[in-house]
Design a protein around this ligand. Structure first.
Ligand code: FAD
Length: 497
């Protein structure tokens, strides 16, 4: 397997594939994990949960600052009453996030071709020939484009990137200034703030709307100086910039996340304005949805059609992110009419129900894959319940550390025969004494048993005698196979206490 691009999405995907024992290599244009600029400022609750499902959330929590980071067009949204262990976001610059993720991927032994670019590919019925700069060619079963918004993979695959052209352009930079700048937000959006969240001294992060939308070259210190003078009447003695970057409110999404043996994830599949801080989070979650499916197809556990569920599940999630960022951009327009609209939204979002709904969307906690009618858990994230097993106390997320599916039986010990899925699905008998609560929905009826996919979403909820259960296991984790005697004798379950 070849992954083009070792940013947040590519790294996460590589980790997921490595956990599943898949031979994977990342081709990354950058010579190191240093991030040119530090666009993303943090993680949302669901991303922290996803990392917790792999047992690595603590590494990120130690590197950042847990706080209420959420906002809709800058209107703060508190999630401290949400039913999750991580009822907060994590302030953590992308330049600090990426090295921690890369360390994990390194521990899993994934090779990275650094300072190399994917320059083209040709696919046939059995695989993809991936052309890499430096006259190298790699043969892979699948190629995943995690190569950012300007994705070469997407373009070479001929996948349309449908959506809106930019209507605004914004400079973002980390700068040193001789004079004390005017800190705080500008009425037209952006502003100046300290880079170090604890202090108000330099260096400073400057975010400024530009006069022109179209640009043919990379932004310069002179562009920034001019934008400062337009906004503030002075450049505050702008001395230097450790990096300068530019973003727009362009909102585009790949019409298909897959073309045969080529798939797209992260910014390669969707770009949108940064309002709400959702890009990196959505990419990491794309990777966690795709990883186990791709692994099962490669190791022949599942048919290729399993990959179609990646587009079916993640394209609507990406579309919703584009939609809400477009709304946030509209709300942030600096004229009086939009300010009136913002005031109205602020009032609405101070009410519990609207706050819960919008905050659950931004945090990713309300994501609901359409897996049909049934128990409210179906298609939603499995809550991280405290469990009692015969081996002692544990948590649901701990059971997902190895990225394998779990059949969790919380009712009376049943007689379900897991052996046809032996070595693929782990049966765990456990007890949970507390209530079941989901974000937005509130308390739900406790199901007697659930099937939790490796990405933490519930594929089935019901009684062990339900005839749907074997069908669900077959659909998601491959056909039942006759178990050999020695497999039957090997325990693949954890008993309840
Ligand atoms: C101002 C700003 C603020 C933001 N704030 C947030 C935020 O708070 N929260 C949030 O979640 N998101 C935020 N984002 C978005 C976030 O930065 C992106 O969504 C995220 O970086 C996407 O990750 P990715 O891995 O998909 O793509 P990228 O980060 O773009 O990584 C792509 C990688 O592919 C490599 N590459 C490209 N082409 C090739 C090639 N041909 N061959 C090999 N390698 C290649 C690149 O070097 C790069 O490492 C913000 C963005 C901006 C601009």
């Amino acid at each position: 397997m070849v992954i083009a691009g070792g940013g947040p999405t590519g790294m996460m995907l590589a980790g997921e594939l490595a956990l599943a024992g898949i031979d994977v290599v990342i081709v990354e244009r950058r010579a190191s994990q240093d991030v040119d600029g530090s666009p993303a400022g943090g993680l949302h609750s669901r991303t922290i949960e996803v990392l917790d499902q792999r047992g690595i959330a603590d590494r990120f929590l130690a590197a950042g600052q847990a706080m209420q980071v959420q906002g809709f067009a800058g209107i703060p949204l508190d999630i401290s009453d949400f039913p999750t262990r991580h009822h907060y976001g994590l302030a953590l610059w992308q330049s600090h996030f990426e090295p921690v993720l890369a360390d994990w991927v390194g521990e899993l032994g994934v090779p990275i071709l650094r300072g190399r670019k994917v320059v083209g590919f040709a696919q046939d019925e059995t695989g993809v020939d991936v052309e890499v700069s430096g006259d190298t060619s790699l043969r892979a079963e699948y190629l995943v484009g995690c190569d950012g918004g300007r994705s070469l993979i997407r373009q070479a695959a001929g996948i349309e990137f449908a959506g809106l052209d930019p209507s605004t352009s914004t400079l973002i930079a980390e700068v040193q200034m001789d004079d004390e700048p005017e800190l705080g937000m500008r009425p037209e959006g952006g502003g100046i703030g300290p880079v170090n969240r604890e202090g108000d001294g330099g260096p400073f992060r400057v975010v400024l709307t530009e006069q022109e939308v179209e640009h043919s070259s990379e932004p310069t210190l002179q562009d920034l100086r001019e934008a400062l003078i337009v906004a503030y009447g002075t450049d505050f003695g702008l001395r230097s910039a450790s990096w300068i970057s530019r973003f727009t409110d362009m909102a585009r999404q790949a019409v298909s996340y897959r073309r045969d043996r080529v798939l797209l994830a992260g910014d390669a599949a969707h770009v949108h304005p940064p309002q709400g801080g959702q890009g990196l989070n959505t990419g990491v979650q794309d990777a966690v949805n795709l990883g186990w499916k791709l692994a099962q197809v490669v190791n022949k556990t599942s048919p290729e059609s399993l990959l179609d569920t990646y587009h079916a599940e993640r394209h609507p999630v990406g579309a919703r992110v584009l939609h809400n960022t477009m709304a946030q951009v509209a709300l942030s327009r600096p004229d009086d009419r939009h300010q009136a609209l913002r005031d109205t939204m602020t009032e609405l979002l101070s009410l519990d129900e609207p706050r819960r709904r919008i905050a659950a969307m931004l945090s990713g906690l309300d994501i609901h894959y359409d897996l049909g009618e049934g128990h409210p858990l179906l298609g939603r994230r499995m809550p991280d319940l405290d469990l009692h097993t015969a081996d002692g106390p544990t948590r649901v997320f701990t059971l997902l550390h190895d990225a394998r599916p779990v059949l969790l039986n919380l009712g009376a010990p049943g007689s379900f025969d897991i052996s046809p899925w032996m070595n693929r699905v782990r049966l765990v008998h456990a007890r949970h004494d507390g209530v079941w609560e989901l974000p937005v929905l509130g308390q739900i009826a406790a199901p007697p048993a659930v099937v939790v996919r490796p990405d933490g979403h519930v594929a089935w909820a019901g009684d062990l005698t339900d005839p749907e259960l074997p069908r669900t296991l077959g659909t998601w984790f491959g056909a039942a196979t006759p178990a050999s005697r020695c497999e039957r004798d090997r325990p693949n379950w954890v008993p309840a206490s």
